[in-house]
Design a protein around this ligand. Structure first.
Ligand code: SF4
Length: 449
């Protein structure tokens, strides 16, 4: 039986804001399309159609910029975010897009079209890219699905599955049985999944890079002043709160209030289109870094070993949710994004605070249970309100969930598997107004100024 484990280096991917499914995924899709264009055919034009949720809120999420950047050969991991912002209008003003960084193809603003009412059957986040030659013949046409967390799938492709090691599990119950039978913790179960892919040293390097990028996104958010981009003119709060706390603490160790400030900082960096780590999505990118930073503040004697253990434990929980429900707001609403991130962070924190596998499972369950039914209704289609503050609240919930679980012995009424199944069913029942389309909830009840 194959398991559900997704590598930590894929689940936590270094990218740019503001959205993993609307920015990172479309950029990867466009880059893949550019790589597949035959070199020997004269390309006279490009057309891109953003379907469903990408069409509904793509403009606010910077999807057209991301598509043009991807066509030009940029990658979310390595690009300069400043080169992505405004790429759509710059290419249209120049009249060309440099596909794969090599071939200039004519390009106009309306070569990217928004089709919010066209919902592809396979996934609500879809984009179709077409290239034509000078005779108007289609040279290449691919449809991609941006399936959440920056993952993409090309139409007609089977879902890529990662190589599996011995440590296979499909449910939390199996994960716990595995840990118990082998006498290992959940991070070690995850480590065995990573071992099927690369050496421990390579995995550790990747995990350390992920934490370095998370830390950098916290620092960037703590330093930035002013307002977030976009018509809402949302004031940044992280830098002001940092100054306030530093003045109050006067050189004392950082207290618990920093937890929320860290989360705000990351999500403000994300809303600005800066570099962040999908954890497991961009909209929910602040929760895991905030909880790790909070843990390090409280336990300054700890370091890389605990951070790796935190991330691996969180990955095992994220893998369960990805396999058995969703990690995408367009599929399951915000319960799938912020709820999943909260469960992952709670599990990671519980583990590094000495929790048993049963307590870790309990922590994840508590964190997810109290996000069930949470809808996605970002105002103006921007990953700002309610997203940024929601990360700060969920970071607190993750800490509470870990502490509650640590006070118990791992026994509890609702298994994590049942909560994940409930999240999936709730997502299926949820009206599409509440799935990243900005056509319901706060998005329609708050007037944009
Ligand atoms: S409301 Fe939640 S799911 Fe929707 S964009 Fe914001 S963080 Fe993502």
């Amino acid at each position: 039986m194959s398991g559900c484990y997704v590598s930590a280096l894929e689940l936590f991917s270094i990218g740019i804001g503001p959205s993993s499914s609307h920015t990172v995924g479309p950029m990867r899709a466009a880059a893949d399309f550019a790589r597949h264009l035959p070199a020997d055919v004269a390309r006279a034009g490009l057309r891109v159609v953003l379907h469903g949720s990408l069409g509904a809120t793509g403009a606010g999420h910077g999807t057209p910029d991301a598509v043009v950047a991807g066509l030009a050969g940029m990658a979310p991991e390595t690009c300069d975010p400043r080169m992505v912002r405004g790429a759509w209008h710059r290419a249209a003003a120049a009249g060309t897009v440099l596909v794969d960084g090599r071939v200039a193809v004519p390009f106009a603003l309306d070569d990217i079209r928004f089709a919010p009412l066209t919902r592809k059957p396979d996934h609500p986040n879809a984009l179709t890219l077409t290239c034509e030659d000078s005779a108007g013949r289609t040279v290449l046409e691919y449809t991609y699905y941006s399936v959440g967390g920056g993952f993409i799938r090309r139409d007609g492709e089977t879902v890529r599955s990662l190589p599996r090691g011995e440590s296979t599990f499909m449910t939390a119950a199996e994960l716990l049985r595995l840990a118990e039978a082998e006498g290992i913790d959940i991070a070690e179960v995850a480590r065995r999944g990573e071992r099927a892919l690369r050496s421990d040293a390579e995995t550790d390097r990747g995990l350390d890079d992920i934490w370095a990028a998370m830390r950098a996104s916290i620092d960037a958010g703590l330093a930035a002043e002013g307002h977030l981009p976009g018509p809402l003119r949302v004031p940044r709060r992280a830098a002001g709160l940092r100054r306030q706390l530093e003045a109050e603490e006067l050189g004392h160790p950082r207290g618990a209030e920093w937890l929320q400030v860290y989360a705000l900082a990351v999500n403000e960096a994300n809303a600005s289109g800066d570099r962040v780590v999908t954890a497991p999505t961009n909209g929910a990118a602040g929760i895991v870094p905030a909880v790790i930073a909070y843990f390090l503040d409280a336990h300054p004697e700890t370091g890389a070993v605990e951070i790796r253990s935190f991330l691996l434990t969180a990955t095992a929980v994220g893998s369960l949710i990805k396999a058995n429900a969703y990690l995408s707001g367009a599929e399951g609403g915000c319960q799938a994004e912020v709820g999943s991130a909260c469960a992952m962070a709670a599990a990671g924190l519980c583990a590094v605070l000495g929790g048993t596998p049963a307590q870790v499972e309990n922590a994840a369950e508590i964190a997810m249970e109290h996000h069930l039914g949470l809808t996605c209704d970002p105002i103006g289609g921007l990953v700002q309100v309610p997203c940024i503050e929601r990360n700060a609240i969920a970071a607190s919930t993750a800490v509470t969930a870990a502490r509650l679980a640590l006070h118990g012995d791992g026994h509890h009424i609702v298994p994590l598997d049942a909560v994940i199944a409930t999240m999936r069913q709730t997502g299926l029942d949820m009206n599409s107004k509440y799935k990243e389309t900005s056509t319901g909830g706060l998005a329609v009840n708050v007037v944009e100024c």
